[in-house]
Design a protein. Structure first.
Lengths: 220, 220
């Protein structure tokens, strides 16, 4: 059933391509603005790049989550969504997985122009970079899906998601930026595994919390 | 019936006023422990107990949230809201007294000290909490959502604190607190505890007053 719930989101996205396309183009536009704004100091941009990358990912995630949950509001889909014959926690897990897939695809798409535009060095372990991206976006998405579920029927949902998400995800912003920074400087993993651990614990804690409380959130 | 018509509430209020007047008198007339900081050093006796109370109140929000989700009784929602409101007032005071103390102690108003930063992030999450309370949808749902956000905020505390603590490794955590808690002269410790007690009496009065109003509104 979990697979069906994920496939449902993927199928809708395959047909419309609106979420990934809008996230990718948005990420690209923000990258362009950053590249233009920091053009004066090419040296400084290497210091700032990890932070910029995660700001872009955080912003695009908000955009994607907003769209992904809007799907459930259109044409009274919410009703059939919450009456799916499964535990509500699974509904949440399915949303986290599909959101993670969408965010990761769009990140992979705009990260290439991000590196090209900002002239960043690329001599680092791609496996570790992938791990950071996975854990970082996973953390953002795990708490983001919870908050999107909460604000699903709120009047001010477009504003409420970032207002609640950004401060709550501040440990992710710090830890992911630190990881990426150390990776770009080619520091050995042992010096910064603490930050990976923070990301992993954030991911685990909030996924479990979401799994536990999601049935309280979407009760009818 | 209004709150202050009851005798025990009047006694509670009188006790709160008496304890805080004595507290303020002691703090103002006390000889500053650190000549370099001057009288500003004494803000310790108000800043630290307020911070303890604020975190305690936010912890109570989480406890109320858990009870509300389990028992679904509206009184836990009222309690949660009252704790959140008073906690946010206290947190605001922490964020005001912190910079006042930081200026003479460190030379600048905002030192990104881990505890102060954690307070700021929590304060921001709770601003979102009140936005959600106000614009979240129908009241019955909003109570559940608010309970979840209250739990989420406190779950975040250890991660925020850890990540902010190691974010700027050169930033020591309250370097001058040690000079107050000296085993040779226990007076400052007692003073802090006394100040904490008087603040708890004020906080409990405010909370009971708030719960009283919320319950009365409900009965109408």
């Amino acid at each position: 059933m979990l697979l069906h719930l994920i496939l449902k989101d993927l199928k809708i996205e395959m047909r419309s391509k609106e979420i990934i396309a809008s996230m990718f183009i948005f990420g690209l536009s923000v990258t362009l603005i950053f590249a233009l704004a920091f053009q004066v100091a090419p040296v400084m941009i290497h210091t700032f790049a990890p932070g910029l990358l995660w700001v872009v990912i955080l912003f695009t995630s908000v955009l994607g989550l907003n769209r992904l949950f809007s799907l459930e509001r259109e044409e009274h889909a919410l009703w059939s969504w919450v009456t799916a014959p499964v535990d509500r926690g699974l509904v949440y897990i399915a949303k986290v997985i599909s959101a993670l897939i969408f965010v990761l695809i769009s990140v992979i798409l705009f990260i290439i122009p991000f590196f090209i535009f900002l002239n960043l060095p690329t001599e680092f372990s791609f496996f570790q970079f992938g791990l950071i991206l996975l854990l970082g976006t996973g953390s953002i998405v795990s708490i983001g899906c919870l908050i999107s579920g909460i604000t699903l029927q709120a009047g001010l949902r477009d504003v409420l998601i970032p207002i609640l998400l950004f401060p709550s995800a501040s440990p992710v912003a710090i830890a992911a930026t630190k990881c990426t920074g150390f990776l770009f400087e080619n520091k050995p993993l042992t010096t910064w595994n603490f930050w990976l651990l923070i990301l992993a614990s954030f991911f685990v804690i909030f996924s479990l919390f979401g799994y536990l409380v999601f049935n309280k959130i979407v009760e009818e | 019936m209004t709150f202050f018509n009851k005798k025990e509430n009047r006694i509670h209020a009188a006790l709160a006023i008496l304890l805080s007047v004595i507290n303020i008198y002691i703090i103002i007339t006390l000889k500053p422990p650190n000549q370099a900081q001057g009288i500003f050093g004494n803000i310790f006796y108000i800043h630290v107990p307020i911070a303890w109370s604020a975190f305690l109140l936010y912890f109570a929000v989480m406890v109320c949230g858990i009870f509300f989700l389990i028992k679904k009784s509206i009184i836990w929602d009222h309690r949660g809201l009252a704790f959140a409101e008073i906690g946010t007032i206290f947190m605001f005071l922490v964020l005001t007294t912190g910079p006042i103390w930081a200026k003479p102690a460190w030379g600048h108003y905002w030192p990104w000290e881990p505890r102060l930063t954690t307070s700021l992030i929590l304060f921001l999450i709770f601003l979102g909490y009140f936005m959600l309370r106000e614009f979240g949808g129908n009241p019955e749902q909003v109570s559940r959502f608010a309970a979840v956000v209250g739990i989420l905020a406190f779950l975040d505390v250890p991660l925020i604190f850890l990540s902010v603590k190691f974010w700027l490794p050169e930033m020591q955590s309250h370097p001058q607190v040690g000079q107050y808690f000296d085993s040779a002269s226990p007076t400052p410790t007692y003073l802090v505890l006394y100040s904490f007690l008087s603040l708890l009496v004020i906080a409990s009065l405010m909370i009971r007053f708030r719960i009283n109003i919320l319950t009365m509104k409900d009965e109408e």
